[in-house]
Design a protein around this ligand. Structure first.
Ligand SMILES: NC(=O)c1ccc[n+]([C@@H]2O[C@H](COP(=O)([O-])OP(=O)(O)OC[C@H]3O[C@@H](n4cnc5c(N)ncnc54)[C@H](O)[C@@H]3O)[C@@H](O)[C@H]2O)c1
Ligand SMILES: [Zn+2]
Length: 351
């Protein structure tokens, strides 16, 4: 199946996301694949068997979010110059979101921009990171602070790559999928409750819907602010949890699962979400072994961290909240007292 992405509202860019067996890819230009050792040892042979190009180089970078920085970009660029790639050459991002974000950013920089293609190999990158054109790296001031909006020429999603993905990484992708359903699509949420993720066709359908929803959001709002902010449901809480646990205890998607549960509490308190709906979301997260509880030691300190990634001191915190299942409300008028009350619910043991 093919999900066409049309960014007609802004850049007029069009590309296809193909969800299927990886097809034969024939290029008439130099190609460089960017990947890491983990992925290459598992899947590079398959990829190489599918690519035809006049010259092909594999650039391997170390595995891990901590290498998602400018130093690594510089190394990739050096290799591209060493292998004399030209302005018509093409990069292939072969890996998870870390590889995708860095390859896309490198493509945007090399000789002022060359084409790139995404072949995402984690569930998270298949449903989220590979679509939308956000690329970039981290620095000591924070995550993804340096980068560019730069769209790929094509995205190829082959769920067979996911067979080797650790189950926690799989769950982290599911958390972002559940996020999309709760925000935008009740039918999709219903489907997620009943679907068997180990069935290939069902999994492809799940991915297809997430990609469609993300594409729809990005098209409305390619460069942030407006509706794209809705993709941050659960993330306001998750970022604080990730910060408090020094990015060690939880995968991002796991922190988002807890964050959604916290946001849901707030939505219930505001009368936006029913207790029954709240329970359904939590049950779906638990079904996929995602964490849904977290102990807050100091609610005031947790609250203060909401403001950490704000650009100015008096900027309001935006809470993206579910309005029933399949709709959202963005609120920036939440009383501190109510938030502290919600956060205090997490001060002891939860069920
Ligand atoms: N650009 C965007 O819009 C966007 C959206 C969401 C997240 N992101 C970024 O994506 C990154 C997270 O992506 P991720 O969750 O894919 O993490 P990741 O790229 O670090 O991959 C997770 C781990 O799985 C390994 N792996 C990848 N494919 C595998 C496979 N098929 N089998 C076995 N192991 C495999 C990787 O080597 C890595 O160790 C973050 O840096 C985040 O900022 C970007
Ligand atoms: Zn996320």
């Amino acid at each position: 199946m093919i999900v066409p992405i049309y960014l007609e509202n802004s850049t007029k860019i069009h590309y296809d996301v193909t969800i299927d067996q990886l097809p034969k890819l024939i290029f008439d230009t130099k190609v460089a694949i960017v990947t890491n050792d983990t992925i290459s040892s598992l899947h590079l042979e398959k990829l190489l068997g599918k690519i035809e190009a006049p010259s092909l180089h594999v650039i391997t970078i170390p595995d891990g979010e901590r290498y998602k920085n400018l130093a690594t970009i510089e190394k990739i660029l050096d290799e591209l110059f060493t292998h004399k790639l030209d302005r018509k050459s093409l990069l292939i991002a072969f890996g998870g979101g870390v590889i995708g974000d860095m390859t896309g950013f490198t493509a945007s920089l090399y000789q002022r921009g060359i084409d790139f293609v995404q072949i995402p190999t984690t569930l998270l990158s298949q449903v989220d990171a590979s679509v939308g054109g956000k690329t970039g790296v981290n620095n000591r001031f924070g995550k993804n602070l340096i980068g560019a909006f730069y769209q790929p020429k094509a995205v190829y999603i082959d769920t067979d790559f996911l067979a080797t993905l650790p189950s926690r990484e799989f769950g982290a992708g599911i958390a972002e999928i559940i996020k999309m359903a709760v925000m935008f699509d009740l039918d999709y949420f219903d489907y997620l409750e009943s679907v068997d993720f180990s069935d290939k066709l069902s999994l492809e359908r799940v991915i297809q819907r997430s990609v469609e929803l993300k594409a729809w959001v990005v098209n409305q709002d390619e460069k942030e602010a407006g509706i794209r902010a809705v993709l941050n449901y659960g993330h306001t809480f998750a970022h604080v949890i990730e910060n408090e646990t020094a990015y060690k205890q939880y995968l991002h998607g796991e922190a988002v699962a807890i964050g959604m549960v916290m946001a849901n509490r707030l939505a219930v308190a505001l009368g936006l979400l029913s207790l029954e709906e709240e329970t359904r979301i939590k049950a779906l997260l638990l079904k996929h072994n995602l964490p849904t509880s977290y102990t807050i030691k100091d609610s005031e300190a947790f609250y203060a961290k909401f403001f950490l990634d704000k650009k100015s001191a008096n900027e309001k915190i935006k809470f993206i909240l579910p309005k029933g299942l399949g709709d959202f409300e963005v609120r920036d008028d939440i009383d501190k007292a109510l938030l502290i009350k919600i956060l205090n619910e997490y001060s002891g043991d939860q069920d």
